[in-house]
Write a protein that binds this ligand. Structure first.
Ligand code: GLN
Length: 493
């Protein structure tokens, strides 16, 4: 059985109809991992024995007529920065080697404990989620299943490739400036960044608190809607989570889109957008028009400042968040304790953080220091308000905004890693969404000349996940390419 050819909702039907057992599904997940993970490196740790045991237990329960939640034992891949009780969770950083959280994140409680998803392993990511290529992981990069010489995108690269290559059916990522949508776009899967506050961040190891959100990565919009229904909602343990109605997304997606007004922000189609990406996204907009949606031009005048603003804010927050990893409160302490305590801090952090994380701590600390705070951090906060205002104005004219997810398709391993400014620049279309705190969905809309997937981004107004999932679902059905699988999976479209 090729897991990659099935959607989560289809497998749930099959399990219910007793056409397949949960054990068979979990086994095929590990068969795929054994076959291809050596080439793509989606995972950094597995929970094989426990997963197979759980599958047996759930199969027995099913036989006795007892259900176990909405997710029926489906294989679930967790990004290595979402806390899973008594399971190694490292943010793909040496500093957290050996760390096992003593509690589950809110989203794990919901997906695994409450609704019966089976955790099969933790996925590879950029160290502390800082990156767009999954190359800064201390375990080495993840490779794109469409072309293993190319990056998977990042930072949730492993979660995206685990879905694209049929190793898992459900995955979680986190998105601070694009980390769900970028790898979803590069690997041809669906990624959703919810509104800030829609999903509890309790148990998410923080990178930049005012931007971070957890969200689903799946093969189709229906599955993302299903996961969002489960992980959304107020959590008293995260004061930024919002007590607001959670819609029935799996039903909402089926509505027509003939009454929708789509905003097209001209700045998102400017210079630097690869022509294959532009053509494919424009074609997809045409499809939405053929379904009855209308379009209107909108403007986000401060787009050109978003990359600078985003990187200032995220580095400042990161420098503060990562102060806890000193080898005493958190983190693996240096072996060389010959000096004083400050020496020990310096060595611990110097030895165990990678170059990208160190760069961000330096720059963030500098920007926050006395005398520079107003010039950099405060200024960035002011520009952030302007960017937010741009979106508020745009949503007066339209229901959702449509544009590319990434300006380019997956690039070669090693191509940008030594050029941080170029790497940062490719976040231009994703990070404004985090600065404004809005929800956004990425779905595959086509392929370039190298047969690499292209991502289509739908940005929604605050808490309008149902609107963007609806548009995404109707477009996905119309395009009909969401069953196309990378060459390493047999039997795809
Ligand atoms: N690429 C962005 C960065 O490097 C976004 C990362 C993320 O969303 N976690 O910060």
């Amino acid at each position: 059985m090729e897991l990659g050819n099935y959607m989560a909702y289809e497998l749930i039907e099959k399990i219910r109809a007793k056409e397949i057992t949960i054990s068979e599904i979990i086994q095929s997940s590990f068969d795929k991992i054994d076959e291809i993970d050596q080439y793509i490196h989606s995972f950094v740790n597995y929970s094989r024995e426990k997963a197979l045991e759980k599958a047996k237990e759930y199969d027995n329960k099913l036989k006795n007529g007892q259900g176990h939640g909405k997710l029926y034992g489906l294989p679930f891949a967790n990004k290595d920065l979402i806390c899973l009780k008594n399971f190694s969770t490292t943010c793909c950083s040496r500093i957290l080697e050996g760390f096992q959280p003593p509690y589950n994140a809110f989203v794990i409680e919901r997906l695994v404990e409450q609704e019966g998803a089976i955790h099969i392993g933790n996925t590879n990511m950029d160290e502390f989620a800082m990156g767009s290529s999954t190359e800064s992981s201390c375990y080495g990069p993840t490779f794109n299943p469409w072309d293993i010489e190319r990056v998977s995108g990042g930072s949730s690269g492993g979660s995206a490739t685990s879905i694209a290559s049929g190793q898992a059916i459900l995955a979680l990522g986190s998105d601070t400036g694009g980390s769900i949508r970028c790898p979803a776009s590069f690997t041809g899967v669906v990624g959703l960044k919810p509104t800030y506050g829609r999903v509890s961040r309790y148990g998410l190891i923080a990178f930049a608190n005012s931007l971070d959100q957890i969200g689903p990565i799946t093969k189709c919009v229906h599955d993302a809607a299903l996961m969002l229904e489960i992980i959304s909602g107020k959590d008293p343990l995260d004061s930024t989570s919002v007590d607001i109605r959670v819609d029935n997304y799996t039903e909402e997606i089926k509505k027509t889109v003939d009454n929708k007004v789509l905003g097209i922000p001209k700045e998102f189609f400017g210079e630097g957008i690869n022509s294959a990406v532009r053509n494919s996204v424009e074609k997809a907009i045409g499809k939405l028009e053929s379904l009855g949606a209308t379009t209107v031009e909108v403007t986000i005048p401060h787009l050109e400042y978003t990359v600078a603003t985003y990187y200032l804010i995220c580095m400042c927050e990161a420098s503060s968040n990562l102060a806890r990893y000193d080898g005493i409160r958190y983190g693996k302490i240096t072996d060389d304790l010959s000096g004083d305590i400050f020496d020990a801090f310096r060595k611990t952090r110097g030895e165990n953080f990678g170059p990208e994380v160190r760069r961000r701590i330096f720059l963030g600390t500098y920007a926050l220091s006395a005398g520079y705070y107003d010039m950099f951090y405060l200024k960035a906060l002011k520009v952030r308000s302007l960017i937010k205002k741009d979106f508020v104005e745009a949503f007066k004219k339209c229901d959702s905004i449509v544009c590319p997810t990434m300006p380019i398709t997956a690039f070669k391993i090693g191509e940008l890693i030594d050029n941080p400014l170029k790497m940062y620049a490719i976040d231009i279309l994703t990070c404004p969404v985090n600065l404004a705190g809005l929800p956004a969905l990425s779905i595959p809309c086509g392929f370039d000349n190298n047969n690499l997937p292209i991502g289509f981004q739908i940005i929604g107004d605050y808490f309008d996940e149902k609107g963007i999932l609806n548009i995404g679902y109707q477009l996905e059905q119309e395009l009909g390419i969401y069953r196309k699988r990378p060459p390493i999976i047999k039997g795809g479209l």
